[in-house]
Design a protein around this ligand. Structure first.
Ligand code: SF4
Ligand code: SF4
Ligand code: SF4
Length: 354
């Protein structure tokens, strides 16, 4: 029903010449991936709301528009976390947004790709649980504690409300969205999703309190001890978009042999390889203020390290320090906005908090 109505929406927009392309998920053998379609006859190949998020859709839009505007007006159907990523990547000049209309929907959460391949948990199950006000046990950890599981004003253009209504409603999120709906002859509808947001935020508050990694450097080393250094987490992260990554240059981590023995003497032995923890800490410093909490880093980990507990919680702390909410606020990201006169309260601090 929710997907059916969206497909009709797309077909009407295409028939009226309001859009010339759509990007949305399409099924694969065992999962869903994003597809760009340019013809009305292909709309039925799309499952705009899918139970799995294999990629972050904003990352796909980055690939499409990095070098220039979309040549045709394109409707992108995104989850709230993807829409926040979109907004963040626009700020980083990674997406050209002018010819893109973003539709965002109330998200029931998504299942881990591996769980989906094994058990095929269907969207209807997730939607039914959402309608009964219950976050599904089947969805990913990041989804259970999602801070923004519904569309937010000025994050995207058109909202698609599913929570608490039998018949999904469209409503504008921006002026562009308002004009789009009126060109389609759609009267904006209303729904109240406050409860859906509240139960996620209550979960999140407990998670922030209980899942924090303690024990300083040793605690982080233990948490990452089974890491294979494969960098899948970085490759799936939509905010890690640098073409040349510092951590992919192996020569940077080549040390004189004496160095290893000195470290081993100092630290009562060292775990190898030594660049593993540094990779994660470096990544956190580079992108932590812009982490939008999609949890795809954790989904990508082949050894099931609950990585979002490290990234999500440190990102939360960092974002608080900079008073910055990625993908929501219009301010420039802190890494693009150097201010000489700030953070003096942290000057001179060392591990142990002297
Ligand atoms: S992180 Fe939030 S918005 Fe993203 S898929 Fe999960 S519930 Fe939906
Ligand atoms: S660090 Fe993880 S949760 Fe944060 S944006 Fe990257 S993939 Fe998403
Ligand atoms: S995906 Fe997992 S194993 Fe690979 S580098 Fe990241 S944390 Fe380590």
């Amino acid at each position: 029903m929710s997907n059916e109505k969206l497909r009709e929406f797309i077909k009407t927009a295409m028939s009226k010449g309001l859009i010339g392309a759509v990007m949305a998920p399409t099924p694969t053998e065992t999962s869903y991936t994003h597809a760009l379609i340019t013809s009305k006859r292909d709309v039925d190949k799309l499952v705009p709301i899918a139970p799995v998020m294999q990629w972050n859709g904003a990352d796909m839009l980055r690939r499409i528009t990095r070098l220039g505007d979309a040549p045709r007006k394109t409707l992108a159907i995104l989850r709230p976390c993807e829409a926040r990523t979109f907004k963040e990547l626009v700020k980083f000049n990674q997406i050209k947004p002018d010819n893109i209309i973003v539709l965002v929907y109330d998200c029931p959460g998504t299942v881990h790709v591996r769980d989906y391949a094994k058990k095929k948990i269907e969207l209807e199950t997730l939607l039914d649980e959402m309608q009964s006000g219950k976050i599904s046990d089947s969805v990913r950890e990041a989804c259970k504690i999602c801070e923004y599981p519904v569309p937010v004003e000025n994050v995207g253009d058109v909202g698609y409300g599913l929570f608490g209504t039998d018949d999904p409603v469209f409503f504008p999120l921006s002026e562009k969205g308002s004009e789009f709906l009126s060109a389609l002859g759609i009267t904006p509808g209303e729904r109240d999703a406050e409860k859906w947001v509240r139960i996620h935020r209550e979960n999140r508050a407990k998670w922030l309190e209980n899942e924090r990694i303690t024990g300083g450097r040793k605690g982080i080393e233990d948490f990452l001890s089974s890491c294979l250094n494969c960098h899948n987490c970085k490759n799936m992260c939509p905010i890690c978009f640098c073409k040349e990554c510092f951590f992919e240059d192996r020569t940077i981590f080549e040390y004189n042999p004496d160095k290893y023995y000195d470290w081993a003497d100092d630290k009562e032995g060292i775990r190898l390889p030594t660049d593993k923890v540094l990779f994660h800490l470096g990544r956190l410093v580079h992108m932590g203020t812009s982490c939008i909490g999609c949890g795809l880093c954790q989904q990508a980990c082949p050894v099931d390290i609950p990585l979002y507990r490290l990234f999500g919680i440190v990102a939360h702390d960092l974002q608080k320090v900079f008073n910055y909410t990625p993908g929501i606020t219009d301010d420039p990201p802190p890494v693009m906005d150097f201010r000489e006169d700030e953070l003096h309260e942290f000057e001179g601090l060392r591990e142990g908090g002297e």
